[in-house]
Design a protein around this ligand. Structure first.
Ligand SMILES: Nc1nc2c(c(=O)[nH]1)N[C@H]1C(S)=C(S)[C@@H](COP(=O)(O)O)O[C@H]1N2
Ligand SMILES: [Mo]
Length: 336
């Protein structure tokens, strides 16, 4: 039987929210009397937050921006820099389920989210665990601008200039021990500041992610504190978020409050919800389809121009060596 692989963008927007739509029957029952339709449409039910206003990011800290461009990190096509995604698209079409599953609504719902002051705890298998103020991170870390490709598992993509620093520099501050093999990241959880925790109470909040230590220490792996030469807007994960450009976007956890060095592979938010759809590794791979759609091509926001997906999102030369023993596997769970 021939089954046509559909692309998510061939559906009307309301009919598909790939990362939200999947909960199995048992999850649904556990979550209570919610209909599948209700799950998909719940992004539209934001009545209790209807009076929220978008508050522009505070000026404090903006003296760090724009940071110096690091020319080693460009996105080239036929030897030329590709055109950056429009800033309004990258900051107006967001996956941040703590606020809404509706990408266009997120930026309107971040008004109550307090990102200053902000503390980050770094602990676990390390010699010098610490809790550090975000303002001190800015003072200690060398900020630079890098242009990266960014690819969501839903098959939309963008090219954006992030400001930040290699995660390896932050990890070096705490001196990981030889027992540390993985890194676990946790996002904020404050029900008064974001409607999603209550609205989507069936998700295992707070959002959590993980990387192997060598992936976390790879030079391409960044902590971003800014975008387009300005501090990160709240909807993009202020004040600090992870960027792992060769992996699907859900790995790039936003608004991090806790980083823990651990010995064993940590669980992750999307993998715990749907392990057959969202693997731990989640490396961009055109040949490994999502169970519900192809990953062979992607659409650039906002104009939806379609291009071929690249292995490791175009970063194969830099990262393929991280995965010497992996072969191409057919399911996202086993894919690398
Ligand atoms: N805390 C948290 N981090 C998150 C998410 C989220 O819902 N919550 N969504 C992820 C997904 S699916 C994507 S594609 C990117 C989107 O980042 P952007 O809005 O800056 O493009 O953030 C990732 N980080
Ligand atoms: Mo995503």
């Amino acid at each position: 039987m021939f089954i046509k692989r559909i692309q998510p963008w061939s559906h009307p927007d309301s009919a598909i929210t790939p990362e939200s739509a999947y909960l199995n029957r048992r999850d649904l029952l556990r979550a209570g009397a919610i209909s599948a339709a209700g799950l998909i449409l719940s992004g539209l039910d934001r009545s209790s937050f209807a009076d929220d206003k978008t508050i522009p990011p505070k000026k404090k800290g903006s003296s760090y921006y724009p940071a110096k461009k690091n020319k080693a990190y460009r996105v080239l096509e036929k030897g030329k820099d590709v055109t950056l995604t429009k800033e309004s698209a990258a900051t107006g079409y967001n996956n941040f389920y703590e606020f809404s599953t509706n990408k266009e609504q997120v930026k309107k719902l971040v008004g109550k989210f307090e990102t200053d002051p902000w503390k980050l705890r770094i602990h676990g298998l390390c010699k010098k665990p610490m809790t550090i103020d975000f303002s001190d991170i800015l003072k200690k870390m060398p900020l630079e601008e890098r242009t990266y490709r960014f690819r969501c598992v839903e098959a939309w993509a963008m090219v954006v200039p992030w400001t930040g620093f290699p995660l390896s520099k932050l990890l070096a501050l705490v001196e990981p021990t030889s027992k540390a093999k993985f890194v676990k990241f946790t996002s904020f959880k404050n029900e008064k500041q974001a409607p999603g925790f209550k609205q989507y109470s069936y998700y295992p909040w707070p959002y959590f992610e993980g990387l192997r230590l060598d992936e976390a220490q790879h030079d391409l792996t960044m902590i971003a504190t800014g975008i387009y030469g300005k501090p990160l807007p709240k909807q993009n994960g202020a004040p600090l978020r992870l960027i792992v450009p060769w992996k699907y976007g859900f790995k790039s956890i936003k608004s991090i409050v806790d980083i823990e060095l651990v010995a064993t592979q940590p669980k992750t938010f999307w993998n715990s919800l749907a392990s057959d759809e969202y693997g731990f590794y989640a490396n961009v791979n055109p040949k490994v389809p999502h169970p519900r759609w192809s990953q062979a091509s992607e659409r650039m926001i906002p104009d939806n121009s379609v291009r071929k997906t690249e292995l490791y999102n175009g970063y194969a030369d830099q990262v393929a060596k991280l995965y010497p023993n992996k072969t191409m596997k057919k399911s996202p769970r086993k894919s690398h």
